[in-house]
Design a protein around this ligand. Structure first.
Ligand code: PRP
Length: 179
């Protein structure tokens, strides 16, 4: 599909995202006050969300990255989650918050949380910009959600189409209509 020729329907505008991130940042700053917050962000999709979210926090935070891959370049999930690059650190004493752009089948979040639990953090929670609960393959409810969205293929703000369009500053759906 040549998405340049299709009409893009904005699902979460720049303004929607900015407003919601301020709310999430405020809530996280309250919840993680006097804790030892360690954000672990799942690359590549979450790099923009994480960068914007952490700048809304008013509490001290350590930030690290894990690279995961589940989709390759396909629209459908392969059902297999690979940790391409892990963190080597022991997480004892840290309140870990796993941050991702989207939870779809939840295979990624579920396997990453189970994997990080073995590193013995004081606590572990999850935060996603977009949640697509209709698509679950495993039971998982993210602790913090930016937007709950319908089962549509979404692109932009970190989310890719054929590994492009991550830099589009809003989240959009590609329609059937030609531009
Ligand atoms: C996407 C997205 C999430 C995951 C969510 O990553 O960034 O990490 O899929 O899907 P799930 O809930 O069905 O597991 P992808 O593997 O496409 O890689 P990317 O982060 O490089 O975009």
């Amino acid at each position: 599909m040549d998405i340049e020729k299709k009409v893009w329907e904005v699902l979460c505008s720049e303004e929607d995202i900015k407003t919601r991130l301020k709310e999430l940042g405020k809530q996280l700053s309250e919840d993680y006050k006097n804790r030892n917050l360690y954000i672990i962000s799942l690359l590549k999709g979450s790099f923009i969300f994480t960068a914007d979210l952490v700048r809304e926090l008013t509490v001290p935070v350590k930030i690290n990255f894990i690279t995961t891959s589940s989709y390759g370049h396909d629209v459908e999930s392969s059902g297999y989650v690979e940790i391409l690059e892990d963190i080597t650190e022991d997480l004892t004493g840290y309140d870990v918050l796993v941050v991702d752009d989207i939870t779809d089948s939840a295979l990624t979040m579920d396997s990453v949380v189970k994997h990080l639990e073995k590193k013995r953090p004081a606590s572990i929670k999850s935060c996603v910009l977009l949640d697509k609960p209709e698509r679950r393959k495993v039971e998982f409810a993210p602790d913090y959600v930016g937007f709950t969205i319908p089962d549509k293929f979404v692109v932009g703000y970190g989310l890719n189409f054929g590994d492009y369009y991550r830099n589009i500053p809003y989240v959009f759906v590609v329609t059937d209509q030609e531009r």
